[in-house]
Write a protein that binds this ligand. Structure first.
Ligand code: PMP
Length: 440
């Protein structure tokens, strides 16, 4: 058996920073990342044989818990029929139909392999359809690592405190207008100045990459109104929230499916990822037939992928969505309510100023007096929190056998497998972690 320390040393000699995605490196919390050897239900096991209750859930996909037996069986069955064909399959059609059943605006669905590809393609499609170049995004929102969308991004870009990325040309950066999150008048100002050049506004349906920030009441509806007035597209990025916070994602919770409903709004494009692949590389871009049919082979906007709609990956996504019924969402909602209340109580008891913020079953903790007094609505505020308290909290939880996201800017993820025993173990670890945060 190896140790995490040995595995990390070996990894760093072969892989940049020892990881294939930056936040995994514990860059902001420090220490040796846990190299995982397995995952089942609500638990993960590291290479040293230690088990942890998992609150990362593969950063979202594991809605049903890790290695859910029916999903694994579907994958095994698909794998036995062939790993990749490079030809259409009925499974892809079934997955597209399942997405449309949940989100009726998804009249056409194009499957890709990562959320990055989905948002990148959405931007290209918006530009192709409108004949315009500029894109509006919000600070602190993360949409994957496509060049156009890295400016002032959340997730690992926030964790590493980067303004964007080296290697993105100035010309590309100049085509992205970055606006404070939640500020509809700033969006209107951008349209007043550049309206005829803006192809799209892209927003996280509910931001969860600068910590969790619930969209202000009517904000997404406001974006729909402003974009429509100026002939720009609205891209709702549900890579993280889609099929996780509810059967029809954040959009379903906030808008409702009924076009006559008071809160209803209709984005032009949705991007999905994570849960839609059930832990395998599947993501999707979806929207009206009119817009989506501008993609090749029907239209002039090119997009392709050798492994797009991979049959084994699609089997995992389809099995996951078919099992993700109302009972699953009710369970995850209840688990999130119970755990977030327990976190709040423990931090309060230890005298740690903080606020726990929610968007459906997603939640995260912001530390510090300012956050506690005013809550957090923008990336600028999220960045000023007492992140060092999270470092102490994170390591105390890890030492007690709880795997939290290794960055204060990430959401905590629960699953249908987080039962009373798993939640009880997390709750038992909270008081000491809260005291560690207080003493940091
Ligand atoms: N959009 C959002 C909202 C995300 O949270 C993420 C990933 N965390 C992405 C896009 C990018 O997805 P991927 O990592 O699969 O490229």
């Amino acid at each position: 058996m190896t140790t995490n320390h040995e595995a990390f040393a070996r990894a760093r000699a072969a892989i940049p920073g020892g990881v294939n995605s930056p936040v995994r490196a514990y860059g902001s919390v420090g220490g040796d990342p846990r190299f995982l050897a397995g995952a089942r239900g609500a638990y993960v096991t590291d290479v040293a044989g230690r088990e942890y209750v998992d609150l990362v859930c593969s950063w979202g996909p594991a809605l049903l818990g890790h290695a859910q037996p029916d999903v694994v069986a579907a994958v095994q069955e698909a794998a036995a029929r062939g790993l990749s064909f490079g030809a259409p399959t009925v499974g892809e059609v079934e997955l597209a139909e399942e997405i449309r059943r949940r989100v009726p605006l998804a009249e056409r669905v194009r499957l890709v392999s990562t959320g990055t590809e989905a948002t990148m393609t959405a931007i290209r499609l918006a530009r192709g359809v409108t004949g315009r170049d500029l894109v509006v995004k919000f600070s602190g929102c993360y949409h994957g690592h496509g060049d156009a969308l890295l400016a002032d991004a959340g997730s690992g870009v926030a964790t590493l405190a980067l303004p964007g990325s080296a290697g993105v040309t100035e010309a590309t950066a100049a085509e992205t207008i970055v606006v404070p999150y939640g500020d509809l008048s700033a969006v209107e100002d951008a349209f007043t100045r550049y309206g005829s050049q803006i192809a799209a506004v892209i927003t996280e349906a509910a931001p969860a990459n600068m910590g969790v920030v619930r969209p202000p009441e009517g904000f997404n509806q406001g974006l729909r109104r402003v974009t429509a007035e100026h002939g720009a597209l609205l891209i709702l990025d549900e890579v993280l929230t889609g099929f996780r916070v509810g059967p029809s994602g954040w959009w379903g919770l906030e808008s409702g499916l009924d076009p006559a409903g008071d809160d209803y709004y209709a984005p032009d494009l949705f991007t999905f990822g994570k849960v839609v692949g059930g832990g395998m590389p599947v993501a999707a871009l979806a929207g009206s037939a009119e817009v989506m049919d501008q993609l090749a082979p029907l239209g002039p906007v090119y997009q392709a992928g050798t492994l797009s709609g991979n049959p084994v990956a699609v089997a995992a996504g389809l099995a996951t969505l078919r099992l993700a019924d109302d009972a699953v969402y009710a369970h995850v909602d209840a688990a999130a309510a119970r755990l977030s209340a327990a976190v709040h109580r423990a931090l309060d008891d230890a005298g740690v100023p903080h606020v726990v913020q929610h968007a459906g079953s997603l939640f995260s903790v912001f530390f510090g007096e300012l956050a506690a007094r005013f809550s957090v609505t923008t990336y600028a505020q999220a960045k000023t929190q007492d992140a060092f308290r999270y470092t102490a909290f994170f390591h105390a939880m890890l030492d007690a056998g709880v795997n939290l996201p290794p960055s204060v800017f990430e959401a905590w993820f629960l699953s249908a497998a987080h039962d009373d025993v798993a939640l009880g173990r997390i709750e038992a670890a909270l008081p000491a972690a809260a005291r560690a945060a207080a003493e940091a």
